[in-house]
Design a protein around this ligand. Structure first.
Ligand SMILES: Nc1nc2c(c(=O)[nH]1)N[C@H]1C(S)=C(S)[C@@H](COP(=O)(O)OP(=O)(O)OC[C@H]3O[C@@H](n4cnc5c(=O)[nH]c(N)nc54)[C@H](O)[C@@H]3O)O[C@H]1N2
Ligand SMILES: Nc1nc2c(c(=O)[nH]1)N[C@H]1C(S)=C(S)[C@@H](COP(=O)(O)OP(=O)(O)OC[C@H]3O[C@@H](n4cnc5c(=O)[nH]c(N)nc54)[C@H](O)[C@@H]3O)O[C@H]1N2
Ligand SMILES: [Mo]
Length: 768
């Protein structure tokens, strides 16, 4: 594969279907990508499948509400290319390791269960029964159930993930690391401390009622394109959209509705953000603290002059705890600290505060720019503080909205994929299934990898995902996986995790969300939960590529049956009829009354959110203000002498570790991924030029060298001292021991680094 690489600023609006034809051409046999996709959707007379793209909600107005990147996700899954046993016979694992992630993904769908043979360094076909027996013999041979880890990536259905955790706990462990540990963990932890529930408090139609929407550390144009519709509609009716983003992101500036082709080709595209601020990496907490300082001053002035108070004092009095301590800490925080840490001027912060003040109803949304720092929990809580002062909970058009990543990552948590499961969940499983679940907390993702490195974990089972590439500190992560006695990957596509096998390894090919799932009692549907706590059914339509592929649910049941037999449950009966699984969910998880019946509700049903109804399940029974001081420094280092802070982020043509193509159109990058965005003045100061290649080195305190090289410099609108490059190519730079306080989330958005000119590209594997 040859790609023309160039850097060419993008001047259009976000939202057209731009590169879709190009990126999906390889996938469909014909070039009629869009009509193929439409057909796929039309065939579907039943429930429809949930887009595996992201966790944004569905509005029920349009039947084909589907974005460019959702289309990529669906078409990539629907590829007719297959990675069959012959492929593995031809390529050794060592040879495959030399290939790029793009190459691996491009080979197509996994079709047959495969077992790794160490002697030949190749995967060989194995029957499903033999695969399940191998897993059972390893698991049963462990001295302690905690020597196994059960990873989940957030695409798994409610049904599969529920049974997976029930099985893991019956087996005897709470070791459920998941992608959420690397993602929105801080949102869950922070919101729970503040308002008693770790989920967003708004519903999709609140966007139609808000007067202002503040978007922190998020790039919806690429990662949640359907959110642009909500933002555009809000902006069109006069609501203010205020963006805080370290980079100038096209999708936050202007958006053309792809359903209105004229907009895409003419300059009619609507403006999204009425104000755009570019804080330093990790500077959002300081920026919000600054806004509150301005608002507090105004509040006091109004009271002094006998006017109505600015803050919602009734709301605070009735619902909140700790406001005085919080306002004390706001008073103690100096403007010097605020402007230094946020990188914004006092003027900009005052301007943002003014927009906030004029809005009656405010929504705050956020994503990875907030959650992947050392001080992410206090930052999430600072956003909440701001909203609480103005009573922005429990009213339409207002609230807190962490925008989730994987399409069912929120549902997985609801289903009990949680290494620190709450007591009521464990009690309820114990009562219903009549077994004694383990009570001590299990491993999160970083802890699981550390335990594997120490040789304490022998078996890793992964329900989806690509831990080898998604986790930090790539060489250490790969070592951790290879240390295991057995690694099992339940996957749709070939990826790097298959190429870092344990002493023994299995690849179990699974059906995707878009595919027909036929079981003994007929075609099955599954359910998922979106970012707005809406649960809905999803039923695939595509004909599976191979009769050997099994559904995730059937695979989980197959493993559980081989390990536990019928001691607690008839697993195979559950695999035959998913309604029975939903009955168990109804009996053990709150909010799922009449679950099976409510699956027929078009658009799904709402799980509810206590905080949105002003019931706060916190120890104080109130919403708690957080009185945390600003962190001493935003990069997780003992000294401040790192010349640069690097964030690792997504391009437009990728889904996490899945690389669809090599363009990042809104950022003007074509045919390449190894680029490093840098401020032009920083370039000049270093005596470097656009297009030169550099080596990036992490400055960390454990004596381990972390370097990647051959990254092309691209001048960009980014704060001085900040850099940006794509994930997963830069994961070798993220130290496993650098993670968020209280979350263990790798600090993927604040890595202290130095850069220097390099001549050659050291690592050839990454060249497509
Ligand atoms: N097409 C597509 N869709 C996806 C995904 C995908 O890979 N591709 N991934 C899914 C997943 S799992 C997730 S979690 C979401 C991720 O969605 P995002 O959080 O939007 O993903 P990132 O690319 O990591 O982008 C982080 C954004 O925050 C900004 N940023 C970084 N650090 C800071 C900071 O300190 N402060 C501020 N204010 N801004 C900052 C970056 O410039 C960037 O715009 O998307 C989901 N949807
Ligand atoms: N440096 C850095 N690292 C990061 C991040 C970052 O911003 N920077 N972001 C983090 C975030 S937010 C996340 S969520 C994680 C993502 O971590 P993961 O969820 O582990 O990674 P993915 O790339 O989403 O997983 C892709 C693989 O999942 C499999 N797959 C796809 N669809 C299905 C399916 O329907 N069923 C099954 N069983 N398998 C399927 C395919 O084999 C595919 O190769 O990465 C984290 N890592
Ligand atoms: Mo994520």
């Amino acid at each position: 594969m040859k790609f023309k690489s160039e850097i060419k600023p993008y001047t259009g609006a976000a939202g057209g279907w731009g590169s879709l034809e190009a990126t999906t051409r390889y996938v469909f046999d014909s070039k009629k990508v869009l009509s193929n996709l439409r057909n796929l959707m039309r065939v579907n007379k039943g429930r429809g499948f949930d887009c595996p793209g992201c966790a944004w909600g569905d509005d029920n107005h349009s039947t084909f509400s589907f974005c460019e990147n959702g289309a990529k996700a669906v078409s990539w899954e629907a590829t007719r290319k297959a990675v069959e046993p012959e492929f593995f016979a031809q390529h050794s694992v060592a040879k495959l390791r030399e290939q790029s992630d793009y190459f691996l993904e491009y080979q197509g769908r996994l079709t047959h269960p495969m077992r790794y043979n160490r002697t030949t360094d190749r995967y060989e076909p194995i029957s499903w029964d033999a695969a399940f027996s191998l897993i059972a013999s390893h698991l049963k041979g462990l001295e302690d159930p905690n020597q196994a880890d059960f990873y989940t990536s957030g695409r798994a259905s409610n049904e599969a993930s529920y049974l997976y955790q029930v099985f893991g706990r019956m087996f005897g462990t709470n070791n459920f690391p998941d992608c959420s540990n690397m993602c929105h963990e801080a949102s869950g932890v922070g919101l729970k401390q503040s308002i008693g529930v770790g989920k967003g408090t708004i519903r999709l139609d609140d966007f139609d009622k808000a007067d202002a929407i503040f978007v922190f550390g998020q790039n919806p144009g690429t990662n949640h394109p359907r959110m642009l519709h909500s933002l555009r509609h809000a902006a069109d009716r006069g609501a203010k959209v205020v963006s805080f983003n370290t980079l100038r992101e096209r999708g936050l500036e202007r958006f053309a509705d792809p359903q209105k082709p004229l907009e895409v080709v003419t300059p009619k595209a609507g403006r999204i953000s009425s104000a755009y601020y570019q804080p330093n990496l990790g500077g959002d907490m300081a920026a919000i603290r600054g806004m509150v300082k301005v608002l507090l001053q105004e509040h006091r002035q109004r009271i002094a002059s006998g006017e109505a108070s600015l803050f919602d004092e009734d709301f605070i009095e009735k619902n909140c705890h700790g406001v005085d301590e919080y306002l004390d800490i706001v008073d103690q925080t100096t403007w010097e600290q605020i402007t230094h840490q946020s990188g914004l001027t006092e003027f900009e912060i005052r301007e943002a505060a003014n927009i906030y003040m004029k809005a009656e109803r405010v929504i705050c949304t956020w994503a990875m720019g907030v959650t992947q720092h050392k001080h992410s929990v206090p930052t999430v809580r600072e956003i909440t503080n701001l909203q609480l002062l103005f009573g922005q909970l429990g009213k339409p058009g207002a609230g807190l909205c962490p925008v989730r990543g994987h399409s069912n990552v929120q549902g997985n948590r609801t289903m009990g994929i949680d290494e620190k499961a709450p007591k009521p969940l464990l009690d309820s499983l114990e009562r219903h299934f009549k077994f004694t679940p383990p009570r001590e907390p299990g491993h999160n993702t970083v802890e699981a990898l550390e335990a594997m490195l120490r040789g304490e974990v022998k078996v890793l089972i992964a329900l989806g995902g690509n831990l080898a590439a998604a986790a930090p500190d790539t060489p250490r992560t790969e070592q951790a996986l290879s240390n295991c006695d057995l690694t099992v990957q339940i996957s749709t596509k070939l990826n790097r995790s298959h190429l870092t096998p344990g002493r023994e390894a299995l690849i179990l090919p699974t059906l995707g969300r878009t595919e027909l799932d036929m079981q003994a009692t007929g075609s099955q549907f599954i359910t998922v939960e979106d970012s707005f706590s809406m649960v809905h059914a999803s039923e695939g339509v595509g004909v599976p590529l191979s009769s050997e592929q099994r559904s995730e649910t059937a695979i989980v049941c197959g493993i559980a049956d081989a390990v536990l037999g019928k001691r607690y449950l008839d697993w195979m009966a559950l695999a035959d009829d998913y309604n029975l699984i939903r009955d168990h969910i109804e009996a053990t998880i709150p909010g799922f009354k009449d679950f099976n019946k409510r699956c027929d509700i078009k658009g799904g049903f709402y799980l509810g959110n206590a905080a949105a109804e002003l019931t706060f399940n916190t120890p104080t029974g109130k919403a708690n203000f957080s009185a945390a001081p600003l962190p001493e420094r935003v990069i997780p280092m003992e000294n401040d002498d790192a010349p640069f802070t690097l964030q690792t982020l997504r391009s437009h043509d990728q889904y996490n570790t899945t690389i669809y193509g090599l363009d990042d159109r809104y950022r003007g990058v074509y045919g390449q991924r190894e680029v490093l965005f840098i401020h032009p003045q920083d370039l000049a100061d270093l005596g470097l030029e656009d297009g030169e290649l550099v080596e990036i080195e992490t400055l960390w305190n454990d004596g381990i060298e972390r370097k990647v090289s051959g990254f092309k410099l691209v001048s960009y609108d980014i704060p001085r001292g900040n850099l940006a490059a794509y994930y997963p190519e830069t994961n070798p730079l993220v130290p496993l021991s650098s993670f968020g306080d209280q979350t263990h989330t790798p600090t993927s958005k604040s890595i202290p680094v130095a850069i220097r000119r390099c001549e050659a590209v050291a690592d050839t594997r990454r060249i497509a």
